[in-house]
Write a protein that binds this ligand. Sequence first.
Ligand code: FHN
Length: 466
Amino acid sequence: MKTIFAITFILLLPVGCWSQADLSHVPQINETKEQRDERMQWFRDAKFGLFIHWGPSSVTHTEISWGRDAKRPMDIHNGESPSEQVERYGHDFYIPADLYDNLYKYFNPVKFDADRWVKTARDAGMQYIVFTAKHHDGFSNYHTGLSDYSIANTPFKRDIVKELTDACHKVGMKVGLYYSTRDWYHPAYLVGDNEVYDAFYRGQVQELLTNYGEVDVIWFDHVGGRDWSKWKFDELFAMMYEHNPNLIVNNRGARFCGPSTPEDKGPASPEIEKMTQGDFVTPEGRIGKMDLAQDWESCIHVGKGWSYRGEGGFKTSEECIKMLVSCTTGGGNLLLNFGPRPDGTFTDAETEVAMAMGQWLKTYGDAIYGTRGGPYSNGQWGGSCHKGNKLYLHVFEWPADGLALGALPAKVLSARTLTDKKVNVSQDDEGLTVKLESSDQDTPVTVVELTLDQTFAPGTLVEKRP
Ligand code: FHN
């Protein structure tokens, strides 16, 4: 199939081609703290989401996009192809681009059932789903009018984004769409960030925000090309908020942009730089550093890679529960990634993780959802979070002489574990000492609920005990 890319005529916002788009309704620029808190509320309360990376690469178990062996733009690995980097990156599994680019002809996930995916996410206690509408390989998992390299031209034909967003809307599950501006398939992108590609990708983002009902998150994933002046980020963000004023956007819409040669230009204005920082930062493959002032979300895959890489090498449910606790007590979210099989089903291992986490959250969900991180710094020991006048201590490791924590600006009225075991808490000006019989400690985490005589302001941090 010769790929046809439609010339994109974007609905131009009422601006001249020489001036900045009207950013007056772009929230990152002008909303008050109260407006921002309201817009971010559901995300901060949700704590736990499902990331799904899926596409024709699953047919060969190779990593989505990265398994495609072809030269890449200079912004990645000096423009080399995977096979040219073997000595540096090892023999990761990759296939020649002309084979990779034809996998769509064999992509026929006949067992795909969006309602089943959403049920699994809900059973896991997940509050939102972020799905790859287009990854770096340029394949669109939706019926785009701007390219024929899409699900419409596979044996499956059906619009996966439509079925998944409909299934989410049906049950009130928040839904995000992942969109990679970086595109290793689009000819215009490969010759350097230029006007043609910029219009194409903004047109696709507009399709995603126009044709699939309420989209709650746009999850960008980097853009190559260093010269800000080649990208119309102002028109992108202005268009996005025209469609959804409450949209939440991550911090990767313009990541990796930035002068690296004398000709490259930086952001056109401080407003545009601030706007493209989006609403939350995205530590990847690790637990984010505790931060109660900046919204953040760790994205971590359960399997060996982001997309389906076969039936082995998965994280355990205990590891995933501890990751959720560490994100929550650090003030962030966990976006846990599944890579569905080529037939459209989740792997048994990821389904088991989902069921185990859902079971755990049935007992401990009150100490996760709707809480805010702190006031104690989290770490190896565990961490804390609070909601109303309840302070939750999530303890991974119990020191023999009890857990010694800093002085609280509140009085502890009572203490128990969420499995109703008695907890011994002593409080003085120095702080708290919390003791629990080892036979009463839970795995992978013990959650102690302290009832206080007052609430904490979000962002309160208590110094470590002297
Ligand atoms: O290259 C991608 C990768 O495949 C995956 O999509 C992750 C998810 O955060 N983002 C990029 C790596 O930073």
